[in-house]
Design a protein around this ligand. Sequence first.
Ligand SMILES: [Zn+2]
Length: 135
Amino acid sequence: MTYTYAVLDVPEIVYATVRALLVSAGYEHAFHRGRDGEVLDMHGIALRLGETSKRSVPWTPEQVDALNRWQSCGWVHPFTCGSCGGLAQLHATVRGWICPYCDYTQEWAHEVMFGPLPPSPLTAQDTVTTLPRDP
Ligand SMILES: [Zn+2]
């Protein structure tokens, strides 16, 4: 007997977080070991966005760089101005987000935005892998 998966490679932090949540919920049966290591069989398991943590200003120059990388990467939705109809993309500064066209500011960002960018879906390779079932 084999399992057939569409395997999506995710960042370590994503995998570790999902794995810990499944273990705490008693879903150890979802872990399978294959040629390339462990995979999580998510059949019948849906994800939804839980509470996110936010970080308020002031931000360091390195944090500002991370936020502006997020804004300009092209594969995540950027923060936009709440006054200019959502068409103006905000720019991060050490004192917070600013709109280049009006005086709108925002003094928080999602914690995840200070870390590495998520992988681009434009280059991600979904692969189909057939793994032997554990005895
Ligand atoms: Zn604006």
